[in-house]
Design a protein around this ligand. Sequence first.
Ligand code: C5P
Length: 234
Amino acid sequence: MEITVIVAAGSGSRFGSELPKQFLPLAGKPMLMHTIEAFRKALPSGKIILVLSPGMIPLWEDLCKTHGMQSPQIAEGGASRWESVKHAIEALKDDPASATVLVHDGARPLVSADLIKRVLAYARNTDGALPAVPVTDSIRKISENGVTSEAVDRSLYRAVQTPQAFSLWRLREAYSLPYDEAFTDDASVIAAAGFENIVLVEGSPENIKVTTPIDMVIAETILSANNPKVSCYK
Ligand code: C5P
């Protein structure tokens, strides 16, 4: 059994718009609807929990009516991503411990069915799986004084994406531990609980996390290239 948790309770402060970015239009509908549809397409019989901040639920319900979309089950988000995931896990209290849970950022609307299935396949026989891509920029490590820095070998690093997949029982155990500021994703929470066999799966450069307005332009361009309205050739 597969369950997807889509976390979308962030305020999007780095984006700079009044309305959190996940509700802004992207290629004709709210960004979050693209994210949900990607999982419905990849896992038609899977269950989805959508995590929203309580204040945004009425707006989301209106958007669903306008766009004729049936909303997934909603859980209320918290003050941090970690807290939002924790609330979703609590909402799964009656689901089987053996279920595989994919946790995905609502702000990654370009995730493909292939990527979702790849992560899922690797999660079944390991402690967890997550997509990652090589780092293309040169990387420098800042020293403790915050002024000097040194070059590091970028081939040793990967940028990690979502969805990240784990069994529900491992998530329950890991998310029962106290919060740590180093938890920026779910794999770091799982690893802190002592689960070490976490595998990196080939991610996709298209699977961007929309964070600033330029990312919205990039996402719009990728979506229209993948679904051209006008064909140039007969
Ligand atoms: O802030 P960050 O970019 O790491 O957020 C990643 C994802 O986590 C976003 O989709 C955001 O909506 C979600 N999030 C959340 N609850 C929070 C903060 C972030 O669901 N309190």
